[in-house]
Design a protein around this ligand. Structure first.
Ligand SMILES: Nc1ncnc2c1ncn2[C@@H]1O[C@H](COP(=O)(O)OP(=O)(O)OP(=O)(O)O)[C@@H](O)[C@H]1O
Length: 311
C-alpha cells in the first residue's frame, strides 16, 4: 500500500519541462529518500504532492485521495518542512508553535499538550530562547515540530540536512529515524550517505523521470557489482601487475579491473563467491611475488550506484 501515488505526472514551467511522465509510489510507513542532482525536479515534485503547484498532466493521490491544486484536503494528513523554513525571530519555540496551532485550527483543548509533546520529541522542551538565537540545527528541529503539530500520517521534508553541519545533521537524522513507525517520511536530499543511513526506500530522479525506485537492499543487489580492493606496499612493475590481472580476467576469476593506480591501489570486480575469488587472486599474485598489504571486500555504496544509474 502506497501513501503517495504519483501517476504519469508531467510539469512544465513555460517551455521548460521539469517532470516527464513521472511515476512514483511511496510505501506507507517507509522512510523514502528522494534523490537527484541540482535542478532534477525534487522540490517541484514535493510541491505538486502538496498541491502548491499544478500538474501539467497526470494525477497525484495521497492516502487514496486525489490532490487538488490550491486547496487540497490531503494536506490534513500531511506535514511539510520546506528547504528554507521561515520563522518569526522574536518568538520562542513555544510561542511559534502556538501561533502555528492557531492558524492551522488545532483544537484549543489539545493545543498545550500537543505543543509540549512535539517540543519534547524534537528536544526543544523548556527552551525559552528567542528563535533568533537558535542554531540552524535547532531551527530545523523546530521546523519538524511545526510540520508534526497536526500529528501527520505523512511528513515531507525538502533537503532538510543540506544546510547543517555534521553534528546538526547527525542529530536531525536521528530525529527522523526515531519517527519510523509513527509516520511515513519522504525527504529529498543530494547527500547519499544520509539516505543510506536512515532510509529503507530510495527513488532516483533524473531528467524528469524516476530512474530507480526500490528498497535500498534491492538496489544494492541489482546494481552494485561485488568488488575487492587491494593495496600494495610497492609495485615494481605496474605493467606486469596489469598483465597478471588481465590474465585472471581471461580465466574468468575476475570480471573487470576497475582501477589500477600509482597509489598502489587496485579495484577488481567479480561475479563468483568472494572467498573463492579472493583465494584465487592471492594465489596468483603470490606466485608472481606480488603480495598485497591489504585485501578488502568492498561494500557497495549508494554513491557508486547513483553514478551508475544516472550515467
Ligand atoms: N516556478 C518556477 N518557474 C520556472 N522554473 C522553475 C520554477 N520552479 C522550478 N523551476 C525550474 O525547475 C527545475 C527543477 O527545479 P527544482 O527546484 O524542482 O529542482 P530540485 O531537484 O529541487 O533542485 P535542487 O536540489 O537544486 O533544489 C529547475 O531548472 C528550476 O529552475
Amino acid at each position: 500500500m502506497n501513501i503517495i501515488e504519483v501517476k504519469n505526472v508531467s510539469k512544465s514551467f513555460g517551455s521548460k519541462q521539469v517532470l516527464d511522465g513521472l511515476h512514483l509510489g511511496v510505501p506507507t510507513g517507509s522512510i523514502f529518500g528522494f534523490v537527484g542532482g541540482n535542478g532534477a525536479g525534487k522540490t517541484t515534485t514535493m510541491k505538486l504532492i502538496l498541491g502548491l503547484e499544478e500538474t501539467t498532466r497526470g494525477d497525484i493521490f495521497v492516502g487514496g485521495e486525489k490532490v487538488t491544486f490550491g486547496n487540497t484536503k490531503t494536506n490534513r494528513i500531511t506535514g511539510y518542512l520546506s528547504d528554507v523554513p521561515e520563522f518569526y525571530p522574536y518568538m520562542s519555540a513555544e510561542e511559534y508553535l502556538t501561533f502555528c496551532g492557531e492558524i492551522t485550527g488545532l483544537k484549543k483543548a489539545e493545543q498545550k499538550q500537543r505543543i509540549k509533546e512535539t517540543l519534547a520529541l524534537v528536544g526543544l522542551e523548556g527552551n525559552k530562547k528567542r528563535i533568533k538565537g537558535f542554531s540552524r540545527g535547532m531551527k530545523q528541529r523546530l521546523g519538524i515540530a511545526q510540520a508534526m503539530l497536526n500529528n501527520p500520517e505523512l511528513l515531507i521534508c525538502d533537503e532538510p540536512t543540506s544546510a547543517l553541519d555534521p553534528e546538526g545533521r547527525n542529530e536531525f537524522l536521528e530525529l527522523l529515524a526515531s519517527l519510523k513507525g509513527k509516520m511515513t517520511i519522504l525527504f529529498s536530499t543530494h547527500i547519499l550517505g544520509d539516505v543510506e543511513r536512515i532510509c529503507d526506500y530510495v527513488g532516483i530522479l533524473d531528467e524528469g523521470k524516476l530512474k530507480v525506485s526500490s528498497s535500498i537492499e534491492e538496489l544494492k543487489q541489482t546494481y552494485a557489482k561485488p568488488q575487492i580492493e587491494l593495496f600494495f606496499d610497492e609495485v615494481a612493475n605496474f605493467s606486469a601487475l596489469a598483465a597478471e590481472l588481465n590474465a585472471l580476467k581471461e580465466q574468468g576469476v575476475i570480471t573487470e579491473v576497475e582501477k589500477i593506480n600509482k597509489r598502489n591501489q587496485v579495484i577488481i570486480s567479480y561475479n563468483k563467491d568472494y572467498a573463492e575469488t579472493a583465494a584465487a587472486l592471492l594465489e596468483s599474485l603470490i606466485a608472481k611475488k606480488t603480495m598485497p598489504i591489504s585485501l578488502r571486500k568492498m561494500n557497495p555504496s549508494l554513491e557508486s550506484i547513483f553514478l551508475e544509474v544516472i550515467q
